[in-house]
Design a protein around this ligand. Sequence first.
Ligand SMILES: [Zn+2]
Length: 356
Amino acid sequence: MPFYLSPKVFSNQAKVLVKHWPFKPIKISAARNLLSQLYGYKNDHHYRKVLMTAHATSLAPCSEEIVQSHYREWIQRFAKLGAMNEIQARQLMHMLWPAYLNPNYSLTTKMYHALFRFNGHCTDFLNDEIKNVEIKYDFDDTPAIGDAIQAMGIPHTEVGLIRVNDKNVDLNFRLNDGDKVSVYSSSAEYTNSNMPWKPNGELTFLLDVHLGGLARYLRMAGFNCLFENHDHGDSVLAEVASVGEYILLTRDKGLLKHSKVKYGRWVRAVKPIEQFREIVKHYHLADHFNPLSRCIKCNGTITTVKKEEIKTKVPKKVYVNNITFSQCAKCEQVYWQGGHFGKIQKILTDVKNRGL
Ligand SMILES: [Zn+2]
């Protein structure tokens, strides 16, 4: 040890630890052992033994300068020794050395920082002035990088690739001081995406209560699309999305940050037809249109029915003028070529041609 820690200071600090220990109560002997190891001794016995040597008293007492120069090192070591996080260790450190730390070291000032750069559509979530610059992110302890990204405003569902110091990492990577981070958006165009941003196989969608117009368009095109005209709340939507592997579509960025939501997109457009165009483009849906296979009203499947079966369910003129009729298996809504089909085909052809 390059400095001398007096028995009085040591003993007072052990009492502070016993009083403020954040877990199950500890004895004074355990507190003394912890402090000994924090300051570089093997244990309390070793500390006392060193104290008795002439060498100890010839050293300078532990000064403000020494405490401040060991600030980070001691907090990191203390966290490991006490099996606590660095935020807890830091609070205790300020209790051990109030006179030396409290004036200059605010507990609210973060200890570490990393530099983030967001790319592609991730920047849709950033204010203009920080869109194309490195953003300094201050933090304590070792947060998961996914939490840091979400704290900066980008839902994890929008992230396709994260690189830290030129290596690929996932959302659970623990951030370290000085890390340089590049975040890329999830999209079919960005072929290097290494995070699952859509399920394999057939895509199914879950829409929040504000996207009724988009739900109608997706159903017109034949996509399985859960939507109810009733607000079930964020946690129910997140749960349903996670259990059924649905892609959650919403205009609520906060909903996508829910940990249970695996796949989702913040719908940028405001008008339903523009939203439909956006989703078709983003998920490459144009080649999978299957019009009049799903009920626009209830998402049930539609099948062709014998004309006689729906005689009482459509206007007489419609019945006479049409040959082929389809019906929803769930709500019994009847569809026919002349009415709905023509309009739907026109909309879908237009989106196919203009959207891609
Ligand atoms: Zn129906």
